[in-house]
Design a protein around this ligand. Sequence first.
Ligand code: SF4
Length: 106
Amino acid sequence: MKIAIGVCEKINGRCSSMGCFKAYNKKDKHFSRYEDIDTELQAFFSCNICSSESKENITTLATRLKDADVKIIHLGACAVKCKADKLLEIKEVFTSMDMEVVEGTH
Ligand code: SF4
């Protein structure tokens, strides 16, 4: 099962992302659903919808993930708690391409 993690670009330079990787590596927290499933973390990307004032970049990115057979997108808490109120837009980009979106990593 190929998965990807998406975070908010506003955390650049402030968050190490170790929490996401620790939970993924231990199949803990929101990754516990994969306890008996082989997974491959295919990508770690950031959203920039609000700073670019466009969904174009994330849509291009989502298309690449879809082409790489990524099935599930985990959004970090920073994206789930999107301060620009774009969570539904972010999710729709991926769900419209038949990828599942899970709200949370750790
Ligand atoms: S739209 Fe939300 S999640 Fe995306 S960069 Fe802006 S604040 Fe972060």
